[in-house]
Design a protein around this ligand. Structure first.
Ligand code: NAD
Ligand code: DAU
Length: 352
């Protein structure tokens, strides 16, 4: 297998690249524009493999993508490249439309041209796997409901609307042109190499710097958390075993309110790196203005992936969070330059 991974320098893409190089015999062709969210330091070890190559390319450049598909003789595409940060989509939606919607359209066009040139056997093996989010399903009430693959789309933010549109394009390229596509929709990931402005790394790093821990609204919003390595394993199964035209929900079965996530990080840090004065990191928690359009709750039913692909998460939320905190304590050399360059502690997503 020769897998073209788009966005392989990002948070989840880098976990996929590391997983494929370390645990499979596949070759990886990483295509990434290296926006603020892309960090080659996340894949330094995997990049030393002779089964790895890298192209710094924008996915909107259809001609370059087609050329890479041909020269690298790609057998599978895992399309993760996206503008992915919800708060940034509130402040500046244009890049989200450009990359997530137009970029996915360009990727589909390039993949279709390439696929049509392949032999019959190679066409049967080829897959275009589009990696998407549970946010396309929209807002769940606090006390009922769960997202299945049949839940209607109802996106709320510019980010989730752009991802919903890209999912529809992928399905259309399957139904209309026969391109063998699969889609996966996953819940909130966390783990090593997570960009420092996202909730869990932000709270870990702000706590270590004795800075306030900002909780939006009352902290009652619920997310369903999945350790990123478990997601990477699921994605390998989707691209190799998924049925063309189908979609698969992936989630950690770990619903938590945001406040309880922040408190758990504080409690773990109290044990692993106690504060000088002996107080709890919980004292740093502060409630700030809510995110505009903040969906109350997401919850994923991942039983189809378990039944049909044999996938199940290995980490519980507690074990994964403990590993994540240990990783940030041990890997300042990774996060410090990124935090200093890209994140000055400003509040994002308030421009609505
Ligand atoms: P990320 O923002 O960390 O990484 C995105 C990567 O894509 C970066 O390396 C960036 O440089 C690259 N990129 C952005 N625009 C590009 C372009 N025009 N051309 C080429 N490369 C470009 O994102 P992530 O958190 O790793 O998410 C990866 C995918 O998974 C996204 O499609 C996202 O919607 C989806 N997803 C994320 C989560 C999550 O919790 N992070 C959950 C479900 C689904
Ligand atoms: O649900 C999957 C989505 O998860 C992915 O599709 C997105 O690409 C990914 O970025 C992530 O989006 P979120 O907006 O959920 O991630 P974030 O870490 O920004 O926020 C998690 C929750 O925490 C959310 O309800 C908002 C809240 N929050 C976030 C920040 C940054 C806070 O309360 N305080 C904060 O400072």
């Amino acid at each position: 297998m020769k897998i073209l991974v788009t966005g392989g320098a990002g948070f989840i893409g880098s976990a996929v690249v590391r997983h494929l190089i370390e645990n499979t015999a596949a070759s990886v062709v990483n295509v990434d524009k290296l926006t603020y969210a892309g960090n080659l330091s996340s894949i330094a070890r995997a990049a030393a493999s002779d089964r790895y190559s890298f192209h710094q390319v924008d996915i909107c450049d259809e001609a370059r993508i087609l050329d890479i598909l041909r020269t690298e003789q790609v057998t599978h595409v895992m399309h993760l490249a996206a503008e992915s940060h919800v708060d940034r989509s509130i402040d500046g939606p244009a890049a989200f439309i450009e990359t997530n919607l137009v970029g996915t359209f360009r990727m589909l066009n390039a993949a279709l041209s390439y696929w049509r040139e392949l032999s019959e056997d190679a066409r049967a093996e080829f897959r275009f796997h589009h990696i998407s989010t549970d946010e396309v399903f929209g807002d769940l009430p606090f006390d009922s409901g769960i997202f299945t693959e049949d839940t209607p789309y109802a996106p709320s933010s510019p980010y989730s609307a752009s991802k919903a549109g890209s999912d529809h394009l992928v399905r259309a390229w399957h139904h209309t042109y026969g391109l063998p596509t699969v889609v996966s929709n996953c819940s909130n990931n966390y783990g090593p190499y997570h960009f420092p402005e996202k909730l869990i790394p932000l709270v870990i790093l702000n706590a270590l710097h004795e800075k306030p821990l900002p909780v939006y609204g009352k902290g009652a919003n619920v997310r369903d958390w999945l350790y990123v390595k478990d997601h990477a394993r699921a994605l390998e199964l989707v691209v190799t075993k998924g049925v063309p035209g189908e979609s698969y929900n992936i989630g950690g079965n770990a619903e938590r309110t945001n406040l309880s996530v922040v408190e758990t990080v504080c409690d773990l840090l109290d044990t692993k790196r106690p504060r000088a004065g002996g107080q709890s990191y919980r004292d740093l928690i502060g409630f700030v203005a809510d995110r505009p359009g903040h969906d109350r709750r997401y919850a994923i039913d991942a039983s189809k992936a378990e039944r049909e692909l044999g996938w199940r998460p290995v980490e519980t939320f507690d074990s994964g969070l403990s590993k994540t905190i240990d990783w940030y304590l041990d890997n300042e050399a990774w996060w410090r330059p990124i935090r200093e360059k890209n994140y000055a502690g400003e509040r994002l997503g308030q421009s609505a």
